[in-house]
Design a protein around this ligand. Sequence first.
Ligand code: 5GP
Ligand code: ZN
Length: 112
Amino acid sequence: MKDSNCIFCKIIDGQIPSAKVYEDDKMLVFKDIEPKAKVHLLAIGKDHFKLLSEMDESRAELVKYMLCKIPQIAKDNGLINGYRLIINQGDDAGQTVFHLHIHILGGEPLPW
Ligand code: 5GP
Ligand code: ZN
């Protein structure tokens, strides 16, 4: 399912351009437009849902799929010395795009 008002759904559809680094039938990984580390990628599922708090068994399968793919994608993007995954949930975390995404940050030592 897609949400026609969602910028990440528009990126999936190609209506908004992005620097894609990996794509298959279930997920897309692209470069964050405002990188917070030397390497900052965003992994999104091709099924739209807004929040981690909307997780259910089927959505968890998609997130599991993404987590299984991310180590190889990270390696392919030069993250050989470690990286950090972040999911922001809601306002206090500063979530700004309401299509669940996993930040992949690295390419340098990260401040806590
Ligand atoms: P959040 O704060 O919701 O966890 O993260 C949203 C992220 O999406 C931010 O790091 C922001 O820079 C990134 N972002 C927002 N709009 C776009 C866009 O149009 N293209 C790309 N590549 N990244 C975006
Ligand atoms: Zn979406």
